[in-house]
Structures are given as C-alpha cells and as structure tokens.
Unconditional design. Sequence first.
Length: 518
Amino acid sequence: MKKPVLGLFADEAGLRDYLAGNLSLIEPGLRLKKTNYGVHNPLGADGSFDIFAQDRFGNFVIIEIKRSDQAARHALHELSKYIALFMESQKVDIHRIRCFVISTHWHELDVPLSFFKDSCPVEVSGFEVAAAGRNVTVKKRPLPKVSLASRLSPDMRFIFFESAENQKGFCEDLRQALAGIRHARAALIVMEPIADRDYMCLLCAWRVPDIALTDVKTLIFNPDFQEEYYFFPGWELETDLCDWLEDQSKKATAVWPSDARATPEKVENYKAHHRYTELIKLGDWPENDLVNDLEQVVQFLGAKDVSSKTSRANRHEFEKLSSKSTGKSWDYASDAFEQFISNNAFWVSMYKQVARDIPEDATVHFIGSNMRHFYYAVHQAIEYPEAELSAFAISISDENGLHVDVVGGWLWDGVTYPANARANIEGTYGTTVALSLLLQSAVDQKNYDAVYRQHGFFPYVSVRHPDTGEYKLYGPDDAPTHGSESQRLSAFVKANPDYCAEVSACLEAVPRNFAKIK
C-alpha cells in the first residue's frame, strides 16, 4: 500500500526529515542547522518552520514544506509570520535571509507565492518535490510572473462615426469579435456629442496576461497590423490588439492617426463637448466585476493621479486625495505628485519641507496643472482672464481644525516688457507652425520653463493658514523682493497688450479652448 506523501512517506514530517538529510537535492552547499525550528512570539502564538539551514554564502535559509493544495493555502501566512518572528528574535539583517517553499502540489500556490515573492523584502523561491519510483527529486519551480505594472494600456484610440447607428453597429461588431476569447480584455466607451460634434467611442485595452500571450497573438497576427513604430515599449501586443479590433468593423470614419491617438489629456479635454455615457466591455470580464464601471474606467483613462514615470501618466494634470495614514498608498501619491512637479527644483524642495510636517491622520488634496507652452497660455489669456501658467495646490486638513493651503506657480516680476514675439517663438520652436503642432502632440513631453524666465516670470510657493490668517510667500534666491501673488499671467497680459496680441496672432489657427481653462 502506498504511503500518503509521494507514496514514500507516512506524513509531512517524514518528507521533512528526508529532505533535511539530503539538502543538496534542494541546493548545493546547504547545511542543516535544525529541523522544526521554533520561533517565539511575545505577543501571540509561537511557531516553527520545518527546516532551518545555512547556504554556502552564509545566508540563513527558512524552508517550509507543504504536501497538498489544502496545506499550501496556509503556507504564505505561516511564512510571513516566521520571517517576522525570526528577524525580531535573532536580530538578523534582512538581506541575509532566504525563504524556500517546497510543495508536492502547486495549483493553489503558484500565483500567491509569486505575488508574495515580489512584495516580500527577503528572497523567496519555490521548489516542486516529486518521486520517480523510490527516488525523490526537487526542482526549482518557475513561478508565473504577477505583473505589478499598470494594467491599462497607454495606447488608447478615439473612433469617429458619421451617425449614432454606425456607432452602435461598431460597438456590436467589436463585442462579437472578442467574444469567447479568454483572458483578452478591452472596452469601448460611448461618447455622446453635446453640440454639433462627431459621434465617437474611446477604445482601450488591458494588459494581456502571460498565460494568454500565444492565444492572443495567434488570433490577431497579421503582418499588416504590425506598426512600424510603437510609441509605448512593452505594450506592443496590446497596441496590435487595438489595431485588430478597429479592423473588425467597417462602420467607423477614417481619420488621421494623430486624431485617433488618445492621451489622458485628450480624454479630459473631450469632456468639454462629449459625454462619456456607456461602458461596453469586450472579451473576458468576470461576472462579479464591481471595479470597472463607467466612472472608474473614465477616471483610469484620465490618469490624473498616475506617476509621471509611467507610460500612461497624465503629464498635464494631477489630482489625488490621500493621507499618510494609508501607508504605501500615501507613498505612491506623494512620490507621484513630486514627479509631476519635478521639472522645477524650487517647487520640489518646498514640497519636501511641507510634506515633513503633514500630520499622520491629515487629509491631503493634491492638484496640479502643467502648462508647458507659455505662448499658448498667453493666447488663451487674451480671451480667458482665468488662464494660468503651470501651478499646483495642496490642501491639508484634519479633524482637529488644522487647515493649510499651499499654492505654487509663476509670478511676473513686473519690470520685464518683451518685444518681437514672433522672433522669440522662432528662437524656441524654430517656427510658429512647429509650436502649433506641438500643442497637439501626444509624444513631446519637453518642458519649456526657460521661456517663463525669458518673460520675467519666477516660481513661487505660498503657505496660508486660513484659521489663523498666517501667510508667507516663498521664492528662489534670485526672485525679486517685490513679488506679489497679484502679479500673475493676467497682470503680464494687461501690461504687455501689443506683445500679447502679436503672440496670439502667431497662434491664430489654434483654438483658445483647445485645452481646458481652470
């Protein structure tokens, strides 16, 4: 009669003792220190791990052995507990600890251990133990990659239609095209025109998991769909998937590629003349999906709280509500905001000073706007006095009555009166046409802050306590001492009417409401 563990051992302890006596099966050079090694927990239940060993480099190795799917479900809970207790009791540096999980079954353990490995501060490995006759084999388990990167492809598309009927038919064609394709996930967002505008949809795709790469590639492969240049490295398959989906219906209107390419900024700007009215899910979506409704997906696409280091980031707008009490969520929000303002060293230094003093339980509202092109802001300000240059605001409040408003932006020195706008534009952009094109570019991410300085603008940060009336204005060392928050873009336009009119004439073909006015 076969024994319950690999047909060779009466129980898990038998397998443990066998492996403890044959550690070279796991890794050459391992030395046994103890089996069933106990760790003390001064605040709760003690525990023990199966094998305590040391590798040939002097690192300590915690080994846990599981013999079934059911037992595997408890492995990560036990492992995280043992790591913490071992570090605390033995005062071992984290870089000197390795953790091995050895199991006969991996169906329940592959994905959780992969995620644990990526998030755990110590090195974690999995091993599969098996038996061939009377011989026991131990092989390192290649864990599936659980991506912690963005799930939503940055390559999004606007689709245009001549009628609502064509729009509806297109949506149904794409729904049918991706029906039954496992693990492939995309969506169409129906855009309803507010005035005399085109009917539109927004097409987006989610990252194809490794398990489905071959199937999706087989489905969509066609040399005609291979783009000559991919704007977003690492998202080539999702780009091809969008191309393939677009080709599954002939009901859309042909447009220039630059008009079709969607960006987070365009997603936000289109809200001025389109309503995002319906989310149509394409492909393999869970029946119990309570995350991806219309509101959430539109928010994801706007990417207003995404780190500027990611390919999907909205580098023109930022908005996020967070608190230090949320731990890693706060770390992400704070770092993402710092990256958003990182083109200005003075702003970053001031934010770091402010952030140090934010109470743990305070609620922080971040808002930022990056107006990269000074001349376009002037063009807007001719008609819209509320137009502004790059700026940010941080509102800090807590239940104890704390309220602090931090505002950063650009102020005019009041003494700079530039001349010859066309020559200045050409000096920066080459031609006025180049500036007009860059205003609509989804690729150019350069900041042009030197133009701000050329026109007498300098960065500032103000800190105001509305409850006490305390207020202070900060500027860099070379800022004029007579600076005032009233000297904003509107003051510059008022004081330089002829120059600003010349700027606006150079951008006559560009609508002033091309970007939203705050």
